[in-house]
Structures are given as structure tokens and as C-alpha cells.
Design a protein around this ligand. Structure first.
Ligand code: ADP
Length: 634
């Protein structure tokens, strides 16, 4: 076993690796940028090395600098975590050239899977089933469009170098094809510096089921069962679970063996994930193989009782796998929810800011929180806005799900917008409770998840009113308790003698009037007060509420309609119209990019742009006015 390893990453994954290294008696070296000088992973590691300015292109992605840090500190091996350099063949080669062990697969395996197109060719040869599509070398728009036309729409364009859902576009008709190809290529160029595309049949409502595999240098290979990662937004995973609901033992074995076949076809070593799309008939198709530890690996750890980072360190140091296939067993059920600084109500725009309040639920045998931040830290524009991963485990799915909703309702984050309410609504939605998931889940259940139905408001309004009475009561008691006359009737909160007032309440974006009465469901709900009101976690979902009081500034949503202001810090990618040209409501006016994701700013009504205040390539601060718009609508 190694004496010392360097972790070429940051955030929760760096912290998670350090924990296992410590438990194995391995010394850990962290690296950090300017923004991460005081970060948790730096505090947790035994040693740390400064590697450069905040942008990852000047620090976490600078291979030479990381190699140098490992050599300086005498680390024998480098764990790349996920993202950053974890699937970078050049970095892997550099490690080898400097006698450092890369904790991951051999460089040839990374190269083989690095391109989705090349990977598909290898898998087809190995007899692994593929999604029908074109992954050829001829990259002319004509040829790709022809392939799409032949397959029939809808099709999915994908960047060969892609990851994280970037450079991916669904196309529903030939008319949209050219524009979609151009946008996907641009996103791919920005993210991966490579715009080679492939096109696949866009399967309707498949499930995303992936298999965790592990191989050692002695020829052993096992699969640690599956994870269902169907619940996605913009092709990015939101809630993952293991095992997959409704999975039969026969299908599990079939997929597990196909995954091992895929791994062996590229002489794999270490931890890897083979991703499949599974259709409603139980047919499955290879999508890609990720040659690293996945974000969602903890659900596999929870149901298998294994520490995958420990396995990685053992395999990389030349030991055989700790277990054989027949020693591995599934125990219970686990979920992971990714807690993000983002605004689900506004197209999941990444949020930045200070974590003024950060109180995760208590950890136990059932609840695990992997994070790289503490209260007071910043979620900056430089890195992924994930705050934490919340994992829960219990003996069966129903109980585990109850743990999940319970833990989500106890998670307190203040200071910036998060997706916790959205995750709670997802986890309490009826079809999810039944395990009836597919990759279109969020779009299909939008009304329920975003609580945009009248019935939700009818349900939430009396509850919110009851919550306001409860909160007033608590405040009144606190004031009375601290006063010199605790028994004075002036401390009563029930408006003694006066008729019960009507309350005006804002729930999500709606304002309603409701009589103030108690409500029995309040005893099954949790209330979290926020700066602007309170959050209500009820048996039927999450509701953001506030009492509407004149001029007290309690109104909930102070964000603008987002139309002509920059919705986040980012770069202006392109102007889509000429100044003075007539545009229609909904037309794209300009494209911004943040966190490598493009966001389109649309015309709020028919009219003309009279001036753009920024040009392509400019860095824009969130909230800045982007353009002057003259509406021609009534
Ligand atoms: P990335 O590497 O960018 O994450 P993937 O190839 O893993 O991209 O795909 C991400 C997600 O996109 C999948 O989990 C699935 O939901 C969806 N997807 C990918 N390919 C298809 C397809 N051919 N049909 C339908 N959905 C797909």
C-alpha cells in the first residue's frame, strides 16, 4: 500500500478520498487554488500545496503543476477524483513518465473510452448492444443530417468528447437540425475543445441504468450491481438509487455480465461505470463507459457495504480485488440526492453566494452527507455549484425514501438559492414513490414537482396560515419569556378579542387570502424560516411561503423576469439579432454561458433591441442589464 497520495481535486470528492486514505493509514496531500485557500479539503488533508489562481484552467487542470506538487511532497500516487483530470489520457501518461501511479485505469482504457464514437466501435466489436446511430469520422453537417433523417426523428446529437450533458441536443424535426448541430458543436468546443459529434436515435422514456465494475491487475473482474440514475434535468443526474426499482435478478446478471464484457474489451483496471439505456421491454443498450469513480458511487457503497475508494487504492497498489463476485450481495436500498446552489424555478440556473446557514441533517447509519464546504463558505463562479451529496440507506425502498424526504426537510441552507425544495417535491411525487421512473421524469411530472396546480395551492394555503399562527405564537412566547411581565395579555398572539384576521399569503408565485385557522397536517410538516418567509415541507410536497404584509419587503421572489438582465455571472457567447431588427416574443436575443452551460436570453415581447451593452466574449456579472429593448406589443 502507498504511504502517501496526492488528491488532484477539490470539494466533496477530495474530502471523501482523504477520509478513506486516513482510515487506511495513507498520508494525504491536497492541492488548492486561490479560491480554495481555506477550503475544507485543505484543512482535512495532512499536507497541502498551492497550485495557482482560482480558474480551474490555471490550477486544477494544470497537469504539470499537479505532477510537480506530487514530486515535491513525495506522494507515490495521484487520485484524480472525478471531473478535472480524471479522464485525461495525457495526464495519465505524465504520471507514468514521472514514476507516479495514477489511481485509475491504464492510459489505453482512457483513450479507448475517451471518445464516445470510438467507444461505440469497440463495444460493437465486443458484442455489447448499442443504441442505433451514426458515429463515423465524416463530420460534415450533410452526412450527420442524412444519418438523422434516415434514422427518423427524434434524434440526439452528442459530443464525442462529451460529459455532464454538455454538447448534447435533442432534435425533433429536420428543420431544427442545423441550428441544433451548431449549438451543440459550440457548447462542445467551449467545454472540451473538441466538436466531433455523433448522432443517436433518441429513445423515448428509457431508464438510465449503470453498472459499477471493478477490475484488478490479476485478471479479476466483478460488478457491484446497478444504479438507477433516470431522474435527470438537462441530461444530468439529480437523484440516484441502488438497486434499480423493479430490477429482476436475471436482468441484473445479464447487464452485469455485459458490463464486465465491456470492461474486459479494453483491458480495464480499477473502478469504472458502464452506462446503459434500458427500455420498457427490458432491452438495454450501451451508452458509454466512465473510466473513473462516479459522483453517485456512495449508493453502491451503502448497498454493498464496500468502500470503493479503498478498493481503488488497493487495486492501484497492485493488490487483488478484496471480494469475488459471489461474495458480493445487495443489502437494503440507498438514495443519493445532489444538493446544488441553483434555481430550479429559473431553468436550474447556477447560483453563487455565501452559505450563511449550512446545517445538514445529523449523520447516522442511515444518513450520510458528503460535502466540501462548511457554514460561511462561498459557492463561487469558478467551480461546480454542488454543495453536498445526501445519501440515505434503509432495509427497503419505501423506508429509504422516507429517510430521504425526512433528511431533505431537515437540511437548512440559507444565503443562496438551492434545489432542496425541488428535490423534496421529486422525492414525494407519486410516481417516484412507486419507482416508476424514466429519463423524462422531470418534464412529465413538471406540474406536480413545481407545484403549479390549483389543488396544491388549495392544500398549502390553510397550512401556510396555520404555520404563520404557529410561528407568531412561538415568537410571542419568546418575547414574553424575555420580558419583565411574561404574563401580560399584550404578549398573547391570538389577537385577543378581535375577530380572526384574514391572512394574505404568498405561496410560490401566487398570492391568496385565507382565514387563519389551525390545520391538522401541520403536525406532520416541517417549517424552516428563511430570510424572506418560510419553507413548508408537508406530506404532499414543498411550498415556499411568506405572509404578505404591506411594504415590509417580505415578498418572495425578488428576481426580475430574467429577460433582459444577466441571470448569472458568465460569459456572453453570441448576439443573436441585429440592433434594430424586429423580433417576436420568445426569439433568442443573445446566448450566455456559465459553468459551461449555455443560457438563451429571449425577447420578452414583440419589439426591437435598441442597444446591446456587451459584446461576445465579455464577462458579465449576474444581474447586469444586457440590452435595451423596445416593445412593440400593446
Ligand atoms: P454525458 O456523458 O454528457 O453525461 P451520456 O451519454 O451519459 O452523456 O447521456 C446522458 C443522458 O442523456 C443519459 O443518462 C440519458 O438520460 C440521455 N440519453 C443519452 N443518450 C440517449 C438516447 N440515445 N436516447 C435517449 N436518451 C439518451
Amino acid at each position: 500500500m502507498f504511504n502517501k497520495i496526492l488528491i488532484a481535486n477539490r470539494g466533496e470528492i477530495a474530502c471523501r478520498i482523504i477520509k478513506t486514505a486516513r482510515s487506511m493509514g495513507v498520508v494525504s496531500v491536497a492541492v488548492y487554488s486561490d479560491a480554495d485557500r481555506h477550503a475544507l479539503h485543505v484543512q482535512m488533508a495532512d499536507e497541502s500545496v498551492y497550485i495557482g489562481p482560482s480558474p480551474s484552467t490555471e490550477s486544477y487542470l494544470v497537469a504539470d503543476r499537479i505532477i510537480q506538487a506530487a514530486l515535491e511532497t513525495g506522494a507515490e500516487a495521484i487520485h484524480p477524483g472525478y471531473g478535472f483530470l480524471s479522464e485525461n489520457a495525457e495526464f495519465c501518461r505524465l504520471c507514468e513518465a514521472n514514476n507516479l501511479i495514477f489511481i485509475g485505469p491504464p492510459v489505453e482504457s482512457i483513450v479507448a473510452m475517451g471518445s464516445k464514437s470510438a467507444a461505440k466501435t469497440i463495444m460493437a466489436d465486443a458484442g455489447v448492444p448499442l443504441v442505433p446511430g451514426y458515429h463515423g469520422e465524416d463530420q460534415s453537417a450533410e452526412v450527420i443530417r442524412q444519418a438523422a433523417n434516415q434514422m427518423g426523428y427524434p434524434v440526439l446529437l452528442k459530443a464525442a468528447a462529451g460529459g455532464g450533458g454538455k454538447g448534447m441536443r435533442a432534435v425533433y424535426a429536420e428543420e431544427e437540425f442545423d441550428q441544433a448541430l451548431e449549438a451543440a458543436k459550440r457548447e462542445a468546443r467551449n467545454s472540451f475543445n473538441d466538436d466531433i459529434m455523433l448522432v443517436e436515435k433518441y429513445l423515448l422514456k428509457p431508464r438510465h441504468v449503470e453498472i459499477q465494475v471493478f477490475c484488478d491487475s490479476h485478471g479479476n473482474a466483478v460488478y457491484l450491481f446497478e444504479r438507477d440514475c433516470s431522474v435527470q434535468r438537462r441530461h444530468q443526474k439529480v437523484i440516484e438509487e441502488a438497486p434499480a426499482p423493479g430490477m429482476s435478478e436475471a436482468l441484473r446478471q445479464q447487464m452485469g455480465e455485459a458490463a464486465i464484457k465491456a470492461a474486459l474489451a479494453i483491458n480495464y483496471q480499477g473502478a469504472g461505470t458502464v452506462e446503459f439505456l434500458l427500455d420498457s421491454q427490458g432491452e438495454f443498450f450501451f451508452m458509454e463507459m466512465n473510466t473513473r469513480l462516479q459522483v453517485e458511487h456512495p449508493v453502491t457503497e451503502m448497498i454493498s457495504g464496500q468502500d470503493l475508494v479503498e478498493w481503488q487504492l488497493r487495486v492501484a497498489s497492485g493488490e487483488p480485488l478484496p471480494c469475488s463476485q459471489d461474495q458480493l450481495q445487495i443489502k437494503g436500498h440507498a438514495f443519493e440526492a445532489r444538493i446544488y446552489a441553483e434555481d430550479p424555478e429559473h431553468d436550474f440556473l447556477p447560483a453563487t453566494g455565501s452559505l450563511k446557514i449550512l446545517q445538514p441533517p445529523a449523520e447516522s447509519a442511515h444518513v450520510r452527507v458528503d460535502t466540501g464546504v462548511v457554514e460561511g463558505d462561498e459557492v463561487s463562479i469558478y467551480y461546480d455549484p454542488m454543495i453536498a451529496k445526501l445519501m440515505v440507506w434503509d432495509t427497503d425502498r419505501e423506508r429509504a425514501l422516507q429517510r430521504l424526504t425526512g433528511a431533505l426537510s431537515e437540511y437548512r441552507i440559507g444565503g443562496l438559492t438551492t434545489n432542496i425544495g425541488f428535490l423534496y417535491n421529486l422525492a414525494t411525487s407519486a410516481a417516484f414513490q412507486n419507482g416508476d421512473v424514466d429519463t423524462g421524469y422531470i418534464e412529465e411530472h413538471e406540474a406536480e414537482i413545481f407545484r403549479r396546480r390549483d389543488s396544491d395551492i388549495d392544500y398549502a394555503a390553510p397550512l401556510a396560515a396555520a404555520a404563520i399562527i404557529e410561528l407568531r405564537e412561538q415568537q410571542a412566547q419568546a418575547v414574553a419569556h424575555n420580558s419583565t411581565e411574561p404574563n401580560s395579555p399584550w404578549h398573547l398572539s391570538n389577537s385577543w378579542g378581535l375577530p380572526q384576521p384574514q391572512l394574505q399569503i404568498q405561496i410560490q408565485q401566487n398570492e391568496v387570502n385565507v382565514a387563519a385557522e389551525s390545520h391538522s397536517d401541520l403536525s406532520h410538516s416541517k417549517i424552516a424560516t428563511t430570510a424572506k418567509g418560510f419553507d413548508l415541507f408537508t406530506p404532499q410536497g414543498f411550498f415556499r411561503c411568506a405572509e404578505v404584509t404591506p411594504d415590509l419587503g417580505l415578498a418572495l421572489d425578488d428576481s426580475s423576469d430574467g429577460s433582459l438582465h444577466a441571470p448569472m455571472n458568465g460569459t456572453l457567447v453570441s448576439l443573436q439579432v441585429e440592433v434594430g431588427a424586429q423580433v417576436s416574443k420568445g426569439d433568442s436575443l443573445l446566448v450566455m454561458e456559465a459553468m459551461k452551460m449555455e443560457h438563451c436570453i429571449e425577447a420578452p415581447s414583440d419589439g426591437t433591441v435598441t442597444e446591446f451593452y456587451f459584446q461576445a466574449g465579455d464577462l458579465v456579472t449576474g444581474g447586469a442589464e444586457l440590452l435595451a429593448f423596445e416593445s412593440s406589443a400593446e
